[in-house]
Design a protein around this ligand. Structure first.
Ligand SMILES: *[C@@H]1O[C@H](CO)[C@@H](O)[C@H](O)[C@H]1NC(C)=O
Ligand SMILES: *[C@@H]1O[C@H](CO)[C@@H](O)[C@H](O)[C@H]1NC(C)=O
Ligand SMILES: *[C@@H]1O[C@H](CO)[C@@H](O)[C@H](O)[C@H]1NC(C)=O
Ligand SMILES: *[C@@H]1O[C@H](CO)[C@@H](O)[C@H](O)[C@H]1NC(C)=O
Ligand SMILES: *[C@@H]1O[C@H](CO)[C@@H](O)[C@H](O)[C@H]1NC(C)=O
Length: 485
């Protein structure tokens, strides 16, 4: 009996090995490149890639001819937009980075210009509002007077975004190895990407997105600044109005984002019923594809294409895809429903709640549960479950919210009436994003296993011949490279 059972197990094992070696390619340890580009098409879902490929041949379809596509890739939860941006460069999620949202809270921080007087606990907001001039495209950068403060060795210190992250970034590792790096994003607050040393970016290019209009056309005009930066960087040239300099060398690691798709999703989205792209969203997809094509063409004309790994992965998705699922709930109703004093609530298609008194947590969660239907709540995460789900522990970590409220798919905690979709939350439309890696040396492969955008970080370093374990986030979360690498 036992013998039979064992040989049964053994044949199962053999079968499994046969199946896996037939279907899953081995990790490509030999793959190396001199340059890695990591570009986020903000908002682009995995399903958007399928819809786009169905429209015919494109620059994206060409990249996939010699690329690894990850059809079950997830960004961090939450992802808006700091944690989603940091994941592919740190290899870590909010519990490790300490970076939860671009507008959140810290129990040990003090208000800007407060001199760290009074009880600790302050909003930590890293968006256009920290600029010298938030309505100017080149806003003068970050005004330290607008930064939250904290006590470091007894000294009251302004906390720049890069000081907020607790783990190093791939940019820092690459710069330490003697190579150049560059990154572009929507606010000077993306100083974040420099990492704790503040030295990770040879060049940062942060035109202020808040200075431009709200339409898809305005956003395309803005995104073209990012495209122009990529093209300059491939030539080893600095971009006008950038912070820092490449010193004439093309960066070994560069990255940035496009927002046209995200803005189109928020304003036009998908056709009711078929969930096809609306014309505005299609226009944004065409723009992104042509922009990727421009980057590819520049790499080719410089003879760098064979030497470059291009990774396209969205820092966040957008929810809902199905317009009939959209709904708004007043965030103040969520705050009120807790029935206790709330220190801060980040409201989006998620609510992160920091309580005035953490001893109120169970009471607040019970009060919210009693209002689940009215507030369209799908899940209330707090206490042991918050810890078990990998979010960290609010009792020991000042950046972790006490309660995470996840609304039903499509519900946004807002009263703006301006958008039909948002991002940042934990549902599938927020997190199931586009992710693929391309190089002429890679064999076209589709990986259907569940992966995370944090797994991009070890790929970038491995590809450049650097040690993925030099990332603290990779060590802390045992982040594996994406399959295939
Ligand atoms: C801020 O920038 C805007 C747009 O360039 C400009 O009109 C305004 O005068 C600037 N404000 C200050 C205080 O410099
Ligand atoms: C690819 O990108 C290039 C450069 O922007 C563009 O001219 C072309 O129309 C795009 N599409 C295809 C199918 O190559
Ligand atoms: C979607 O279509 C249905 C059926 O025509 C209609 O009742 C509903 O209002 C539409 N919803 C949106 C968000 O357009
Ligand atoms: C929340 O409570 C405040 C104070 O009681 C009240 O003024 C406000 O109308 C409430 N808002 C909502 C949306 O329930
Ligand atoms: C692995 O990388 C090598 C070197 O770049 C390349 O020649 C080979 O085609 C790759 N294999 C796969 C399966 O992608």
């Amino acid at each position: 009996m036992w013998r039979n059972f064992n040989s049964f197990l053994f044949s199962l094992l053999l079968l499994r090995q046969a199946v896996s070696s037939a279907i899953l390619p081995r990790d490509n340890d030999s793959f190396k490149a001199k340059f890695v580009a990591v570009i986020s098409v903000d908002g682009m879902h995995n399903s958007d890639v399928d819809k786009w490929l169905a429209t015919g041949p494109s620059n994206i379809s060409k990249l996939l001819e010699t690329g690894y596509r990850y059809t079950n890739a997830f960004t961090t939860g939450p992802s808006d937009s700091f944690p989603g941006s940091l994941a592919p460069f740190s290899g870590a999620t909010p519990r490790t980075t300490g970076v939860w949202y671009d507008d959140t809270f810290d129990r040990t921080f003090f208000a800007p210009s407060s001199g760290c007087i009074g009880p600790p606990g302050a909003e930590v907001i890293y968006d256009e509002t920290i600029d010298f001039n938030s309505t100017a495209l080149f806003s003068g950068g970050i005004n330290p007077a607008n930064l939250p403060q904290t006590l470091i060795n007894g000294k009251c210190t302004n906390v720049f975004p890069h000081m907020r992250t607790r783990v190093n970034t791939a940019f820092e590792v690459v710069v330490e190895a003697g190579f150049k790096t560059a990154y572009t994003d929507k606010h000077p607050a993306y100083d974040l990407m420099r990492g704790p040393s503040g030295k990770g970016l040879s060049e940062g290019f942060f035109p202020e997105m808040n200075a431009i209009g709200p339409t898809v056309e305005d956003t395309i005009a803005y995104d073209l600044l990012h495209v122009n930066a990529f093209l300059n960087w491939i030539d080893g040239k600095d971009v006008a109005n950038a912070e820092g300099s490449l010193g004439g060398k093309a960066p070994a690691l560069f990255g940035g984002n496009f927002q046209a798709v995200s803005v189109a999703q928020k304003t036009s989205g998908y056709v009711n019923g078929t969930l096809a792209f609306t014309p505005e969203l299609l226009k944004a997809m065409q723009f992104v594809d042509a922009s990727i094509g421009a980057v590819v063409n520049k790499l080719k004309s410089n003879g760098m294409f064979e030497d470059t790994l291009i990774i396209i992965a969205s820092k966040h998705g957008q929810s809902p895809i199905d317009p009939t699922k959209f709904g708004e709930v007043d965030p103040q109703a969520v705050t009120n429903a807790t029935g206790v004093k709330v220190a801060e609530q980040t409201s989006d298609d998620i609510a992160l709640i920091f309580l005035d008194d953490q001893a109120d947590t169970e009471k607040a969660a019970a009060n919210l549960a009693a209002n689940k239907a009215a507030l369209k709540i799908a899940d209330i995460i707090f206490g042991d479950r918050l810890v078990e789900m990998g979010f960290g522990n609010p009792l020991t970590d000042p950046a972790v919210p006490d309660i995470i409220v996840q609304p039903e798919l499509g519900i946004i905690y807002t009263t703006s009436h301006k958008k039909i979709a948002e991002h940042g939350g934990l549902n599938v439309d927020d997190r199931h994003i586009a992710c693929f890696a391309s190089n002429p040396g890679l064999k076209k492969t589709t990986f259907g296993t569940k992966v995370q955008t944090t797994q991009i970080a070890p790929v970038t370093l491995k590809t450049l011949g650097l040690d993925p374990n030099s990332l603290q986030g990779v060590r802390a979360e045992r982040t594996k490279p994406l399959p295939g690498f």
